[in-house]
Design a protein around this ligand. Structure first.
Ligand code: GAL
Length: 647
């Protein structure tokens, strides 16, 4: 378990570098990420490389004992490159080329940009790939950030047509698959197909779904192009990419296969303010962050990284980019760091070493203030470093008792056809995930081909495209399974199954969804389980079945049906309802739960239980009497963290 920091030597006078490096080591940091936006300094003019400064930075940081994570600078193609090759630019949905002046302005489908990226990555990997201080590589920076996965450029259109020809083989097959007879949209050749933008009203949803798949494949192949070069020129140095929280525009699982470990950028306060949560929830967790948001993403990226993952950027204080940017309560940066380690992180890297006195992120805190004085985040990082020494090494996380499945195409389909405002996969999955966490359970998030053996309960929040191989893996696992609404409601091509939803699930769970409706806020439905009534929202399905329902809607229609270990919930799992359904299945699976006070969460790793207090009031750690604490104690202040030995 290591700590590190993101550093931009090109932002600071050279005379400061050695002092910065010494202070990083003194703080207890062991690695430093550099380089990911530095193209204009590495290659100021076409073909003219200025290695001098970067050589000195690498030597200086290395000499202080810091291991370097080198970022490839492809998120920021410089001005001369854009001017020489305007075809590298992405085009927005309105059909306008993006302009130079911020970052991520390139198009994944530009072959010129792929060649230019290969060139700069080869040059950097040749220069530093075998340097003893070079510890790992980060490819690009936050793929998809600022809404940049989908590009509608002529390059994208051309490569989309090729992709479609591969996938559908004949244009007749494409016309059939997408149902293009509707509104006379049939094509006579793949050359006639355009990206799905600038249409008068909504484009064909299957067209959009395939475009999402195509764009995702473009991101993955762009990343692979860089990984292949780095592996050749920098043998033995692991490769990662820094993903984002709650981001679903490309298939992380597919991209993750080409990485040695996953990493993500954790901004608990910014993420909360920008996410879908209600205002009262945003207020309640203003300075602590939501108790389940970080954990959800930690569990996700542990899965994407096949057990190996880092936090590559950790919020150190107020950020600059959310609607509102509060400061964390004192102690919270430390608590977030520990929570990442509790979920199996190998490293936590703070963003950034020092607050910048210029440009877009001047209002974004660092571990140090821009006047070079250590800030609150720096003090807390120092404290974690000292605590890490005390605790020593911990084994990685073991298999959790519960799995939650995730497939990117579920989110793509639901975003394309939400049918009711706000029907997205992430908030739906999050309701079920949070219900599991409130019971004190560890959860694994498992991808579309992930192994489901050994889990006692598998939660599939919504799997509209339910593939036979997923069902086969669920059959083999023997686990209890909960499917959420809209599961099995589409074929791979985005059509309604001929036997109606939930399509292939009907062989395990004899039921049919004959109608679905979406409801505006306040419009219900209500769901009854025994004597208890739960107010849900947004969604209701009508189910035909001979099975006796475990829950019913207000008119007696089935809301939750069960056959053996297979369960289907026909409503949005609003808190309360999710607690009841998940709680019952957890009990049926014989899983032990832990009573938690409001805002307290638990995670186990390496024989330790960790508790974090996300509430704004003092709480008790849910430790047994006489527990042996290795961190903190039974009293948890707001932002407090404690760890004790299990068993
Ligand atoms: C991340 C990004 C960093 C920096 C940071 C600010 O999304 O990777 O480069 O912009 O946000 O919080």
């Amino acid at each position: 378990m290591k700590l590190g920091v993101c550093y931009y030597p090109e932002h600071w006078p050279r005379e400061w570098w050695a002092d910065d490096a010494a202070r990083m080591a003194d703080m207890g940091l062991s690695h430093v990420r550099i380089g990911e936006f530095a193209w204009s300094r590495i290659e100021p003019d076409p073909g003219h490389f200025d290695w001098d400064w970067l050589d000195e930075a690498v030597e200086t940081l290395g000499a202080a004992g810091l291991s370097i994570v080198m970022g490839t600078p492809t998120a920021t193609p410089p001005k001369w490159l854009v001017d020489a090759h305007p075809d590298i630019l992405a085009w927005d949905q309105q059909g306008r080329p993006r302009r130079f002046g911020s970052r991520r302005h390139y198009c994944f489908s530009s072959e010129t940009y792929r060649a230019e990226s290969a060139r700069i990555v080869s040059a950097i990997a040749t220069r530093y790939g075998r340097h003893p201080a070079l510890g790992a590589w980060q490819i690009d920076n936050e793929f998809g950030c600022h809404d940049t996965t989908l590009s509608y450029s002529p390059n994208a259109a051309r490569r989309f047509r090729e992709w479609l020809a591969q996938r559908h083989q004949s244009v007749d097959a494409l016309n059939r698959a997408w149902g293009l007879v509707f509104w006379s949209e049939e094509f006579r050749s793949f050359d006639e197909v355009d990206p799905p933008n600038l249409t008068v009203t909504e484009p064909n949803p299957s067209h959009r779904l395939d475009y999402a798949r195509f764009a995702s494949d473009e991101v993955a192949s762009f990343s692979r192009l860089q990984a292949d070069i780095i592996r050749r020129l920098s043998p033995g140095r692991p490769i990662t990419h820094n993903f984002m929280g709650f981001h679903t525009s490309f298939d992380h699982w597919k991209l993750g296969r080409d990485l040695d470990f996953a990493s993500w950028d954790s901004y608990p306060l910014g993420n909360l303010q920008e996410a879908w949560f209600r205002d009262d929830e945003k207020l309640r967790h203003l300075r602590q962050g939501h108790p389940d948001v970080q954990a959800f993403n930690h569990d996700l990226y542990r899965g994407v990284g096949r057990g190996r993952w880092w936090v590559m950027e950790q919020q150190p204080g107020p950020v600059n980019w959310a609607r509102f940017n509060p400061a964390p309560v004192d102690g919270m940066v430390r608590a977030w760091t520990w929570e990442a380690f509790a979920h199996g992180a190998e490293a936590v890297t703070y963003f950034r070493w020092r607050q910048a006195p210029f440009a877009q992120e001047q209002m974004h805190a660092g571990l140090n203030r821009s006047d070079r004085v250590e800030d609150q985040g720096g003090r807390e990082a120092r404290q974690v470093a000292a605590e890490l020494k005390e605790i020593g090494a911990l084994d990685p996380c073991g298999r959790a008792p519960v799995a939650l499945t995730m497939a990117s195409e579920a989110e793509w389909h639901l975003a394309i056809q939400p049918q009711g405002q706000g029907f997205h996969w992430v908030p739906l999955a999050f309701e079920m995930y949070a219900a599991l966490r409130r019971l004190g359970l560890d959860v694994d998030i498992v991808g579309p081909d992930g192994d489901l053996a050994g889990y006692r309960l598998v939660v599939c929040p919504s799997l509209p495209i339910l593939r036979e191989d997923t069902l086969a893996r669920l059959d083999a696992s023997g686990a209890r399974v909960l499917f959420g609404p809209r599961t099995g409601s589409r074929t791979v091509d985005g059509r309604t199954p001929s036997d109606l939803p939930p399509g292939p699930l009907q062989a395990r769970l004899p039921m049919k969804v004959t109608r679905a409706e979406s409801l505006r806020p306040g419009g219900g439905p209500t769901v009854r389980i025994g004597a208890a009534t739960f107010v849900s929202r947004l969604w209701r399905e009508r189910i035909e079945t001979e099975l006796a329902p475990l829950a019913t809607f207000e008119d007696g229609g089935p809301a939750w049906v069960q056959s053996g270990r297979w369960n289907y919930l026909a409503a949005w799992p609003e808190r309360g309802l999710a607690d009841a359904v998940v709680g019952r299945l957890v009990a049926d699976a014989g899983l032990a739960t832990v009573p938690l006070e409001e805002g307290v969460r638990l995670r186990t790793r390496g024989g330790l239980a960790f508790a974090v207090n996300y509430s704004d009031a003092p709480r008790r750690a849910p430790a047994p009497d006489g527990a042996h604490f290795v961190l903190g104690g039974p009293a948890l202040e707001p932002g407090g963290v404690a760890a004790w030995r299990l068993g």
